[in-house]
Design a binder for this molecule. Structure first.
Ligand code: ATP
Ligand code: MN
Length: 433
């Protein structure tokens, strides 16, 4: 038996076809039964009439929503039909295996709260919006890979089981690795840096784990981290490169029907992005009247937390690099500026709607400065011997970044919460399903 994909049907008007899929919706109207059938490639309306014969019609009448079915029918153009402007006039329709339980109707109801939606995420993913977002996310991931491969990057997969920290101890997930202490990785950056001298430009798309103890709309405890490291890149090269990447990835999905449907208002960013130093940002926050979470204005040296950061970029209204953070505010591996050691060659890229989507910097290439910075952060160099060796054997100017894929999708689609951009979100108190 040859099965047609639903996306092929627009070229099959007048033909008898057989398709297989799931009953997305079922509706009786007088003597007719209307189905919306769903497969991997789309949705189509089908109608069963009593004239197909009593035995066949009785089977059609028993079919419930989400039953997996096989249907044969005539493709007929009908401008009024949803999705494709065509309809399948059913000759026969039957369950592939069995009829879906009618309990489904009780699983999620219009008044179900967010916890029910999260508990039933496996069913929610059958819905149009949730599955469209997953498809959009796939398109976006392809956009990134294409960008990297066009520039001779090598994709690698460092281990996610580690014995070093990258982002500070407070968000580490620790566990016993046989007799030893180990962590789930917070970032693969340090490992990527070990490859620069042999593979050149490298990237990875892997989970990172952060034990985030506060609830926000942009933090998961496991997220997909797109990280890249580039030898010979100074800070300016890095900022240019990330601009090109963001613009290319935006452009790669911009004309796709899914983008137009999910966020018709998306603006294509243009070069150059806004650049605001940390010092200037503290001034701007005051000028714009944006206060911190405790109701007071932020002062030089304070962390620009999520709330003020987002309001700032929303006010600026376009992608913005927040640059030159005070030394010590950012991790030990970020490069201290050579003319002004008070600041680091680091930049966060902020997008309106979400705030930070990239953390980036030129990396510290000087062995002495690196060891000094580690001491300031109370990090013992011992477990980092393999990282420190990079500065002993052929150190070069280099830079890199980490981008949160879910956050990026959240920003592109203007989603209220990052969990919508994630297949099975891991959140504070939730690791199921
Ligand atoms: P934030 O200040 O929002 O917590 P961060 O400074 O901890 O971010 P980095 O350590 O620079 O973030 O990580 C690089 C990128 O990874 C971030 O720009 C963001 O896109 C993403 N990211 C970081 N933490 C999370 C998280 N808990 N959930 C989802 N994405 C995250
Ligand atoms: Mn964080």
């Amino acid at each position: 038996m040859e099965y047609k994909a639903i996306k092929e049907l627009p070229t099959k008007a007048g033909e008898l076809v057989t398709i297989r899929g799931w009953l997305h919706r079922v509706r009786r109207q007088g003597k007719l039964i209307f189905f919306i059938i769903r497969d991997y490639s789309g949705y189509v309306q089908a109608v069963a009439k009593p004239s197909i014969g009593k035995a066949k019609f009785v089977i059609a009448e028993q079919l419930t929503r989400e039953t997996a079915i096989i249907a044969t029918g005539l493709v007929k153009e009908d401008k009024r039909a949803p999705y494709l402007g065509l309809e399948i006039q059913i000759k026969s329709i039957q369950p592939a295996l069995n009829i879906a339980s009618p309990e489904l109707e009780q699983e999620i109801r219009p008044d179900s709260g967010p916890q029910v939606y999260l508990d039933k995420r496996h069913l929610v993913l059958r819905g149009e919006r949730a599955s469209d977002i997953m498809r959009f996310r796939d398109l976006t991931t392809r956009g990134f890979r294409k960008f990297f491969f066009e520039r001779d990057f090598v994709e690698v997969t460092p281990s996610t089981i580690v014995q070093t920290q990258v982002e500070g101890g407070s968000t580490l997930f620790g566990f016993k690795y046989f007799e030893q202490d180990a962590y789930l990785t917070q970032s693969s950056q340090l490992y990527l840096e070990t490859l620069l001298s042999s593979l050149g430009n490298v990237f990875c798309i892997l989970p990172s784990f952060r034990a985030e103890k506060s609830r926000t709309r942009r933090h998961l405890t496991e997220y997909t981290h797109i990280e890249a490291e580039m030898p010979w890149f100074d800070f300016e090269d890095l900022l240019n490169f990330m601009e090109d990447m963001i613009i290319q990835v935006f452009t790669s999905v911009y004309n796709h029907p899914l983008r137009i449907q999910l966020n018709p208002d998306l603006q294509l960013p243009t070069k150059p992005f806004e650049r605001v130093s940390y010092e200037r940002a503290i001034e701007l926050l005051k000028e714009y009247g944006i206060k911190g979470e405790n109701g007071a204005f932020l002062e030089y040296g304070d962390d620009i937390t999520e709330g003020p950061e987002r309001t700032l970029v929303d006010t600026i209204g376009k992608p913005t690099y927040l640059t030159y953070f005070p030394t010590g505010m950012k991790p030990f591996y970020m490069k201290v500026n050579e003319t002004n050691p008070e600041v680091m060659n680091a930049a966060d890229l902020l997008l309106p709607g979400v705030g930070e989507i990239i953390g980036s910097s030129q990396r510290e290439d000087n062995l002495e400065v690196l060891l000094e910075r580690m001491k300031e952060e109370n990090l013992s160099p011992e477990p980092y011997y393999w990282y420190i060796d990079q500065r002993k054997y052929g150190s070069v100017t280099h830079s890199g970044f980490g981008l949160g894929l879910e956050r990026f999708v959240q920003a592109m689609l203007n989603l209220d919460h990052i969990r919508e951009a994630c297949l099975y979100p891991r959140l504070i108190n939730r690791a199921t399903p």
